[in-house]
Structures are given as structure tokens and as C-alpha cells.
Design a protein around this ligand. Structure first.
Ligand code: BTN
Length: 261
């Protein structure tokens, strides 16, 4: 089915839930852009915009995000908050944990882990990503893209290493069953963050496949550093002991796990 049923969408906003309103699009530029646009117009916290296809999907580090129609779960959630930016900076990691927890029951047999900050890996291959944007003070847009069923889908070169939930588990995954599970996990983790923002970090560190790994980190401006990832700080930064003998805390960058060095 290319579209969630009215019942599935209704369930997302029924009861005490983080989601206050849902909009579905068969095709849109970017759900993050749409939520940002509506936030500027005064939309309330909890707006969730979902789409089957994006023509200008955004990824982290200025990359694009593309997925063929019918294969993925893509959506963006508007959160309004008066928390400090330093605490908002934990949200990308927190949503990564929620994503892993939501997907796990659907892929028994596969190992779900996180590549810092929030790439979801299934048996080491990327199957979902999170893009959190703060377009204005107090406005947080949480974008999530999950490769649900890419079986038989021809992939462009740059996605050759990616996988989808239906390819790693014991059977096809129904995205309209995954959707409420995902919203429920994000809701629960978000409530935890409201009470104690750093409380989820032990769960994050446990899932983080980057810890203990030899890494190459590409940073803004084109520089790269090599080293070993040794920790995640309480502020969400990745601690790397570099091959040059220094220790650095990184709050941004593209991490590559290295096999051999
Ligand atoms: C990444 O680069 O790993 C993050 C990808 C985030 C993609 C999602 S899909 C729904 C939402 N809308 C966007 O334009 N991007 C995010």
C-alpha cells in the first residue's frame, strides 16, 4: 500500500501522544522543509509530516536523501522547546536510540546498532538516518528516513552499501505497522528527555557501534582525522583519540568505521 490507512494515521494522534496532527503526502520536496515552513506559520508542536516520496530530501552534512516511492518510511516531527541548545543537541542521538528500539522487533536475527551520531545500522549496513534541524530558536525539526523494503530495488552507486529492514530480518516489514511503533518509541524517549535529558545516554553508548572502533572523521572544511573512538560525552560529542596522539571531542562530522589500519 502506498498510503497509510486513515485508521493508522488516526491512531497516531489519539490519546496522550507527542503527535498532535499528521499530514500525508504522496510526494513532496522534503518533509523537513515542509515542517519548517509550517513552523514559521505558527504550527503547533507535534505536527508530523509523512511522505511516500521526496524530490529534494535532505540528509546530514548537506547531502541529499533519496528513496524510491513505496520503499521507505519518511517523516518529520515538529518539536517546540525552551530547553538550551546544548540539551537540544542530544536529540539526534536520542532519536537514533528510539529508531533502533522501534525497528528491533521487526528484524529478529539482525543486529541493530548506531554509527555516531545517529545512522541506524543493521548488521553493519545503514538502513535509516536522522536529520535534526533547528531552523529558529525553540523550533526543532526531527526528520527520519527508514529504508523499510528495498528488495528488488535497483540502487544507485552511492547507496550500494545500504540495506533495508526487509532484507536483514526474517521477512518483509510492513511500514504501516512500523510507523506507530516508531512514534511510540520517539514519544517515550522524548518524555524521558523532558524529565532528565541525559538519562538515555547509557542506552545510546550501549548501541553505539562506533565506540572502540578505528575511525576516519571527515570534518567541515574538508579536513579529516584518524583515530580511535573512545567515548561519547554527556553533551553527545564523540571522543576520538587521534593517531597524532591528541584527544578531541567532536560535535559534528562524518564518521567512517575502518576495518583495518
Ligand atoms: C542522514 O543523512 O542520514 C539523515 C537522513 C534523514 C532523511 C529524512 S527523510 C525525512 C526527512 N526529510 C528530509 O528531507 N530528510 C529527513
Amino acid at each position: 500500500m502506498t498510503q497509510p490507512s486513515g485508521r493508522v494515521l488516526q491512531r497516531l494522534v489519539t490519546g496522550p501522544t507527542l503527535v498532535s496532527r499528521v499530514s500525508w503526502f504522496d510526494r513532496i520536496g522534503s518533509t523537513n522543509a515542509e515542517v519548517t515552513r509550517r513552523a514559521t506559520g505558527g504550527a503547533e508542536s507535534g505536527l508530523l509530516v509523512l511522505a511516500d516520496e521526496q524530490t529534494a530530501g535532505r540528509g546530514r552534512q548537506g547531502r541529499s536523501w533519496s528513496a524510491p516511492a513505496g520503499t521507505s518510511l519518511m517523516g518529520s516531527l515538529l518539536l517546540r522547546t525552551d530547553r538550551d541548545l546544548a540539551l537540544v543537541a542530544l536529540l539526534p542521538l536520542l532519536v537514533g536510540v528510539a529508531l533502533a528500539e522501534a525497528c528491533e522487533p521487526f528484524v529478529s536475527g539482525a543486529e541493530l546498532s548506531l554509527k555516531w551520531p545517529n545512522d541506524l545500522l543493521a548488521d553493519g549496513r545503514k538502513c535509516a538516518g536522522v536529520l535534526v534541524e533547528v531552523p529558529a530558536p525553540g523550533v526543532v525539526v526531527v526528520g527520519m528516513g527508514v529504508n523499510v523494503d528495498w528488495r528488488g530495488v535497483e540502487r544507485p552507486e552511492q547507496l550500494a552499501a545500504a540495506t533495508s529492514l526487509s532484507e536483514v530480518g526474517r521477512g518483509p516489514v510492513d511500514r504501516w505497522r512500523l510507523l506507530p511503533a516508531l512514534v511510540e518509541r520517539v514519544d517515550r524517549r522524548h518524555s524521558g528527555w523532558c524529565e532528565d535529558p541525559a538519562a538515555f545516554l547509557p542506552a545510546y553508548r550501549e548501541r553505539c557501534a562506533t565506540l572502540g572502533r578505528a575511525v576516519r572523521v571527515e570534518q567541515a572544511g574538508g579536513t579529516a582525522l584518524m583515530g580511535t573512538a573512545t567515548g561519547v560525552t554527556d553533551g553527545g560529542a564523540l571522543v576520538v583519540e587521534t593517531d597524532a596522539g591528541t584527544t578531541v571531542d567532536l560535535s559534528a562530522g562524518e564518521v567512517h568505521h575502518l576495518r583495518h589500519r
